[in-house]
Design a protein around this ligand. Structure first.
Ligand code: FAD
Length: 832
């Protein structure tokens, strides 16, 4: 018993020293004091005491005498680390070096400072930006007819193109000094998000020039001459840009582009100048077919050393007018009926002057670094914002449709099966919007969050896909039959585009999020890597020694914290900022962050360079980091929105979903970790009580689903900044009107139904029963009018388009029979 107590005391001392991450002297004092007490008061025999003191003094000696510590531990480890480090290509290194670390670094620390998160300012629009959203953006949505664009024209109508150019949509990121709108990242995101609720073609056509492309690259690297020439023209839409990196042989592995340029002399505008002879073949290039200026990525070679340096210079970026002789451009692909312009382009032995290289010859060979540095801002905004738009549209319409569509005499939204889908739609939409808003806000704070941009790109598009799939299931045939009255089918078709572009999702999840995060966001790994690359041996040894021992204390602290927080259910995490209703979630996230930091280190220790190939494990570790991030954005959103109590079910659903996903990812790591002993120990430290996080409960799902079925401020907040034209002629607007008419209409319907059941009224049709109920005084004239209007709107909402047999051969199938009927049915019945 005595021995057991002393053992428990040893574990406690060790645990406490680890938990508080104390420095070496404190470790010595702590362990020394314990041994002193043991020597004085325990019943251990003298040999044991001598043995323990000897071990202590030897270990203490080695760890405290720097030269000994380095010679016996740090230096051999440095040599091992050098060999274990994965081979990193130059393109990978440039990707790793690009961008900044923000909240992802806090999560990786295992002890995120939540007050820092809640203290970041809420993203806001300036009056000018708000006016742009309320004016030109609203107007652009209004003039976009989705069916006309995606079916009849397969393009934006000329007047819409002109509107986009005239109002400056193509120059949102260009500063005012060059004639652009100079918008914040948040404003840019709001514009893209709103357009996505109306028409994907307009959205993508606006989104791409404001993402990674000529304007962004010129702003950062262009020569003054290039900026002064191109930026005002791009801002006013006098130039249409595209950016071409991808080709048939270089998709995800974009750094391997075979397109090349040879430095040589040639004739340009009648003069012999230094330039580049280019050969390239690109595909999938958005806006390519209508571009006037082609941003081109290629590998530059200088066989005659005309630039005075290396022969292989590296990836280089140039801006080439598409009217330049030899540039082949203009044909198009058809990306899933999205109708935005996208196509191939190519050229062979096309001579361009060196002055067309972005940034001039000083930037020759810097292309990959330039692309990686600029990627984060665009990737943080484009796809997260368009996914948020699509999700909002789906959430609003699916809730309304579930309310007005009845089967088995009940609105389908009241069936539990539909509730499940509605809950996912509501919760995911809330989370997507939270993630895109907080991330855009970070960009406005000056961050270029590379790992976070990969997280939001992947998870907003994946959650968006889930929302659209659920929405399609709820709509049944109404979502499937295409036509002017289908507001969902095109979004469903186009979901894979967002999944594929800006880093295809499988690659993003399995290679980028944790692969980059582990190195970029980890507080010590980057320092250790830097030490391995330091040429001076003494300097390398010193740097590594510092970083490594800090790293050891970091790992021990995370292990101790993970266990303590798990054993106590994180209930003792003190001073949790934020809303009291979500206090437990913050505590649990703190606990899981500690577990993540510990498990990430164990994975790196065991797998080293192999982790790069172990994509399934890396993907799951990335999932943990990602869900920690998304949960953080949900907390921040609830806070920034002013903690509205009515929104609580949405925030709780999203947080419970994140916690459950994190747990599943942890168990995926434990279940598949190559070392079973390590896996068991990790599981014991992080989940000593086993699985504790359930998915959102049925009750929570019911609370969320109900929010989508009623017009309310919560629903308006969830779908804020969505384009809404509340008019019978508009398929989404009609649904809104039907939903608004539902409460009164349903009440009258119940009276009529009860009267019919009781045999008080008769009639085979809805209208005859209504007339009979009116005649018998069961309902008043106003009630009859309310019911007729609701009934007409409901019918108009559930109808789908039909077309003549030869629809495939028709140039324009604009007049489907039902649409012509619908307007008149609503007005006639309403008039009656
Ligand atoms: C509509 C559209 C618009 C586009 N616009 C542009 C543009 O304007 N400019 C431009 O330059 N490019 C553009 N692209 C190209 C886009 O960026 C590429 O499609 C993308 O990089 C993927 O390349 P890929 O289609 O050749 O797929 P592949 O590279 O062939 O990938 C196929 C699959 O393999 C997976 N994969 C690949 N490597 C790995 C790995 N190591 N680990 C795990 N999985 C992996 C991918 O995730 C993907 O699921 C566009 C593409 C489309 C479809």
């Amino acid at each position: 018993m005595n021995g057991l107590l002393w053992f428990a005391a040893a574990v406690t001392v060790f645990w406490a020293l680890a938990y508080w991450r104390v420095a070496a002297p404190a470790w010595l004092i702590g362990v020394g004091s314990y041994l002193g007490a043991l020597t004085l008061w325990s019943g251990a025999d003298a040999e044991t005491k001598v043995l323990l003191w000897t071990i202590f003094l030897v270990v203490a000696g080695v760890l405290t005498v720097t030269s000994l510590r380095k010679a016996l531990i740090s230096d051999p480890l440095l040599n091992w680390f050098r060999k274990a480090l994965p081979q990193v290509s130059q393109t990978e290194q440039e990707a790793l070096d690009a961008g900044t670390v923000w909240w992802d670094g806090e999560l990786f620390s295992g002890n995120p400072d939540w007050s820092k998160l809640f203290g970041t300012p809420k993203p806001r629009l300036t009056p000018d930006e708000q006016a742009f959203l309320d004016g030109p953006v609203e107007q652009l949505c209004r003039i976009c007819d989705d069916w006309k664009i995606t079916h009849e024209l397969n393009d934006l109508p000329p007047e819409v193109w002109q509107f986009i150019k005239d109002k400056g949509f193509l120059g949102m990121i260009i500063p005012r000094q060059y004639g652009g709108l100079g918008f914040s990242a948040y404003a840019h995101s709001q514009v893209v998000q709103k357009l996505a609720t109306r028409n994907a073609t307009a959205c993508v056509s606006v989104m791409v020039p404001n993402s990674l492309g000529p304007a962004e690259l010129l702003l950062h690297y262009g020569t003054e001459e290039q900026k002064n020439h191109y930026l005002p023209r791009l801002a006013k839409g006098l130039e249409m840009p595209c950016f071409a990196l991808t080709g048939p042989d270089a998709g995800s592995d974009a750094g391997s582009i075979p397109d090349f340029g040879l430095v040589c002399k040639g004739v340009h505008e009648g003069r012999e100048v230094l330039g580049i002879r280019l050969t390239w073949e690109k595909r999938y290039i958005t806006l390519g077919p209508v571009a006037t200026i082609l941003g081109l990525a290629f590998k530059l070679h200088d066989p005659d050393h005309l630039l005075g340096g290396e022969e292989d210079i590296g990836i280089t970026l140039a801006l080439i007018p598409t009217s330049h002789p030899g540039v082949n451009i203009g044909r198009r692909h058809l990306p899933l009926n999205a109708s935005f312009m996208n196509g191939p382009n190519w050229g062979k032995d096309v001579f361009i002057p060196m002055s067309w290289v972005i940034g001039g010859k000083e930037y020759a060979g810097q292309g990959w670094r330039m692309l990686m540095e600029c990627l984060a801002a665009g990737r943080s905004i484009s796809l997260p914002s368009s996914s948020a738009g699509a999700a909002k549209m789906a959430a609003r319409t699916t809730g309304a449709y579930s309310r007005v569509r009845s089967q088995f005499k009940i609105p389908i939204g009241k069936f539990e099966g539909i509730e499940e889908a509605l809950a996912r739609i509501g919760g995911n939409t809330y989370a997507i919007d939270a993630a895109r808003t907080m991330t855009a806000g970070a960009v406005d704070l000056g961050e270029k969050p590379s790992v976070i941009s990969a997280i939001v790109k992947y998870h907003c598009t994946e959650r968006g896909r889930q929302v659209i799939n659920d929405a399609m299931d709820v709509h049944g045939g109404k979502g499937i039959c295409l036509g002017p009255n289908n507001y969902l089918g095109r979004a469903y078709q186009q979901i894979p585009i967002g999944i594929t572009v800006e880093g295809a999702n499988i690659l993003t999840r399995s290679m980028m999020i944790f692969g980059q995060g582990a190195i970029r966001c980890h507080p010590y790994v980057l320092k250790e890597i830097a030490a391995t690359r330091t040429q001076n041996p003494a300097e390398a040894s010193g740097k590594f020694d510092d970083a490594f021992w800090d790293h050891v204390r970091f790992v021990l602290a995370n292990a101790a914290r993970a266990l303590w927080l798990s054993l106590t259910g994180a209930r003792l995490v003190a001073a949790v900022p934020g809303a009291p209703e979500l206090r437990r979630h913050v505590q649990q996230l703190t606990r899981l962050a500690a577990g993540f930091a510990f498990v990430a280190d164990v994975a790196m220790l065991f797998l080293g360079g192999d982790l790069k190939r172990k994509e399934k494990l890396s993907g799951r570790l990335g999932d943990i980091l990602s869900q920690l991030y998304i949960a953080s954005t949900v907390l921040k959103r609830f806070e920034d929105d002013g903690r509205p109590q009515a929104d609580l079910p949405l925030a709780q659903w999203a947080l419970e979903d994140c916690l459950n996903r994190i747990q599943a990812a942890f168990y995926g790591v434990f279940g598949n970790f190559p070392s079973r002993i390590a896996a068991w120990k990790m599981r014991f430290l992080v989940f000593p009580w086993g699985k504790v996080f359930s998915p959102p409960s049925d009750r929570r799902g019911h609370e969320v689903a109900r929010l989508l079925l009623e017009p309310s401020q919560v629903r308006d907040r969830l779908t804020a900044n969505m384009f809404l034209h509340k008019h019978e002629d508009d398929p989404v607007g009609r649904l809104e009107l039907a939903m608004q008419a539902a409460p009164a209409g349903e009440a009258v319907e119940a009276k009529i139904r009860n009267a019919a059941k009781a045999g008080v009224i008769s009639g085979l049709t809805e209208e005859s029963r209504t007339a009979s109920a009116l005649e018998k005084g069961i309902i008043g004239a106003e009630e009859a009018a309310q019911y007729r209007r609701f009934s007409a709107l409901r019918r108009a909402c559930i109808m789908v388009d039909d077309f003549p047999h030869d629809v495939g051969r028709m140039q324009s199938a604009r007049e489907p029979a039902n649409v012509a009927e619908m307007g008149s049915v609503v007005s006639q019945k309403t008039a009656a």
